[in-house]
Design a protein around this ligand. Structure first.
Ligand code: UDX
Length: 446
C-alpha cells in the first residue's frame, strides 16, 4: 500500500509539498501550529500569493466541491503520528535576531513534538534548510524520544523550490537529493518520488551532511553569481561599460551560463540572504570559516546595491530628498510573489522615506505585506496612481506589468520624466523615445 504522508509546517514549502503529494495520489495530512492557517488551508485558501497553489489545493482538500479529498489539515500532533508513514518537516529556519546563525527552534520543536508520539516504524524526512550537522543531532533526538526508538528513523531531503514557481518546481524538480543512513529509507523515498515527479529528475543519494550542504552551497552559489554580476555593474559604471551586454556576452559560455546574471539592486527574500549568513556562522563553528570568507563579500556587495540605488535617486533629485516625491514600482523581493522579507525594493523605499522623501509604493501583490512593515510609506492601488506628480520613478521589482507600462501615458502623470531602473528590465529606448531620462544600474547614462 502507498505510504501515507504528513507535512509539518504549511508555509511556501509545506503547503506546496502537501498539495503536490496529494496531486501525485497520496493521502496527505498537513499540520501547522497556527489555528488560523489550518482553518484557511482547510477552506482551500492560502495566506500568501503563489501562482497555481490555491488551485492545486482546492483540487484535493477534503470537503471542497469536486475535490479528491486526499488532503486534510490539523493542529494535532498525535493525529499526525498515527496517520503518517512518512513525515516531511517543512518548517522555517529564519535568521536569529542580531546574529548570522539560523534559528533552529521551529525545527527542533516540530521534531520533538512529533517524536514523542511515534510508536511505530516510520520515516521523518527533513526538508527545511538547516546548518550541516543538524540531521545527525535530530536523528539522535528522535531515537531518544520516540516510543518506537530507532524504528522511527530520519532522512534528509532538501528542497530547492523558488517562490513564484513553487508548484512547478515541486512537481518537476531539477534534482531530488536524499541523505540516508539506511538503504530501506532510500527505497521509501524512491517510492514517494516515483513518477511523474521523478521522471527525468536525477535522484542523488548521499549521507546526511552532504544532503544538508547541497542546499546551502547551491544557494551560496546563486548568491555569488548575482553579486558577481553586481560587482561587474559597479566596474561598468566606473569605466563606462554596459553590464547587460557584458552579462549577455559572458553567458554565451556554457560554463558560465545565462541565468542569475541580472544585475540590479540585488537579492533578497527569505532564503538567499539568511542562508549565506547561516552558512558562514556554521562554518565558523566547524573551524572552516576561512573557506567562506568570500560570502561576506557576496553579502556586502549585495547590501551596497541598495545604498547605491538611494544615492542615484538623490543624484536624480539634485542632491535633495527632503519633501521630494518618489514613486516606487515594486515592493516584493521578486516578481510573482507578495513576499517582502528582506526585500531590496522595500529597503530602498524605506531608506528614501527615512531621509525625508515622500515615497509612494505600488506593488501588484505586495502592498499589504509592505504596509505591515512600513506603515508610514504611501501606498497606491496602481502604477499610474503611484507616479502621479512624482519627481522621480524607481523601478525596483521587475513585474511583467511594469514592462507593459506605456511610458508616454505615464509621462502625463508625473512631475518630471525621470526613471531609474533598478532591475535592468525596462526597454531604455522606449522610455527615452517618450521623453524620459532613463538611468539603470551598471549601464551608460545617455
Ligand atoms: C531561492 C533559490 O533560487 C531556491 O532554489 C531556494 O530553494 C530558495 O531560495 P527564491 O528565494 O524564491 O529562491 O528566489 P530566487 O528566484 O532565487 O531570487 C532570489 C533573489 O535574487 C531575488 O531577490 C531576485 O530578484 C534576485 N536575483 C535573481 C537577482 O537580483 N538577479 C538574478 O539574476 C536572479
Amino acid at each position: 500500500m502507498a505510504p501515507k504522508i504528513t507535512v509539518i509546517g504549511t508555509g511556501y514549502l509545506g503547503a506546496t509539498h502537501a498539495a503536490a503529494m496529494a496531486e501525485l495520489g497520496f493521502e496527505v495530512l498537513g499540520l501547522d501550529v497556527v489555528p488560523e492557517k489550518v482553518e484557511l488551508l482547510g477552506r482551500g485558501e492560502i495566506p500568501m500569493y503563489e501562482p497555481g497553489l490555491a488551485e492545486l489545493l482546492r483540487r484535493h482538500v477534503a470537503g471542497l466541491p469536486g475535490s479528491t479529498g486526499r488532503l486534510r489539515f490539523t493542529l494535532d500532533w498525535a493525529e499526525v503520528a498515527a496517520f503518517g508513514d512518512v513525515h516531511f518537516v517543512c518548517v522555517n529556519t529564519p535568521q536569529k535576531h542580531g546574529e548570522y546563525a539560523c534559528d533552529m527552534s521551529y525545527v527542533d520543536a516540530a521534531v520533538e513534538s512529533l517524536a514523542v508520539h511515534l510508536d511505530r516504524p516510520c520515516l521523518v524526512v527533513g526538508k527545511s534548510t538547516v546548518p550541516v550537522g543538524s540531521a545527525d543531532r535530530l536523528a539522535a533526538r528522535i531515537a531518544e524520544l520516540a516510543p518506537a526508538g530507532e524504528e522511527a528513523a530520519l532522512a534528509w531531503n532538501p528542497e530547492f523550490l523558488r517562490e513564484g514557481f513553487a508548484v512547478d518546481d515541486t512537481l518537476h524538480p531539477d534534482r531530488i537529493v536524499v541523505g540516508v543512513r539506511d538503504q530501506r529509507h532510500e527505497a521509501v523515498l524512491r517510492e514517494v518520488y516515483a513518477t511523474p515527479i521523478a521522471e527525468g529528475s536525477p535522484f542523488v543519494v548521499t549521507d546526511f551532511a552532504t544532503a544538508e550542504l547541497v542546499k546551502t552551497s547551491a544557494n551560496s552559489f546563486l548568491a555569488t553569481k548575482i553579486s558577481f554580476i553586481n560587482a561587474m555593474a559597479e566596474v561598468c559604471e566606473a569605466a563606462g561599460g554596459d553590464v547587460v551586454k557584458l552579462a549577455e556576452a559572458i553567458g554565451h559560455d556554457d560554463r558560465i551560463g545565462k541565468k542569475f546574471l541580472r544585475a540590479g539592486i540585488g537579492f533578497g527574500g527569505g532564503c538567499l540572504p539568511k542562508d549565506i549568513r547561516a552558512f558562514m556562522a556554521r562554518a565558523g563553528e566547524l573551524g572552516a570559516d576561512q573557506a567562506l570568507t568570500f560570502l561576506r563579500e557576496v553579502d556586502s556587495i549585495n547590501m551596497r546595491r541598495r545604498g547605491h540605488m538611494v544615492e542615484l535617486t538623490k543624484d536624480a533629485l539634485g542632491g535633495v530628498l527632503l519633501g521630494r516625491r518618489v514613486a516606487v514600482l515594486g515592493a516584493s523581493f521578486k516578481p510573482d510573489s507578495d513576499d517582502v522579507r528582506d526585500s531590496p525594493a522595500l529597503n530602498v523605499a524605506g531608506q528614501l522615506h527615512l531621509q525625508g522623501a515622500q515615497v509612494t509604493v505600488y506593488d501588484p501583490k505586495g502592498n499589504e505585506n509592505a504596509r505591515r512593515i512600513f506603515p508610514t510609506l504611501g501606498y497606491a492601488a496602481s502604477a499610474a496612481e503611484a507616479v502621479r506628480g512624482a519627481d522621480v520613478v524607481l523601478h525596483l521589482t521587475e513585474w511583467a506589468e511594469f514592462r507593459e507600462l506605456d511610458p508616454a501615458v505615464l509621462g502625463e502623470q508625473v512631475g518630471r520624466r525621470h526613471i531609474l531602473d533598478g532591475r535592468n528590465a525596462l526597454d531604455p529606448v522606449a522610455w527615452r523615445n517618450a521623453g524620459w531620462t532613463y538611468r539603470a544600474l551598471g549601464r551608460p547614462t545617455l
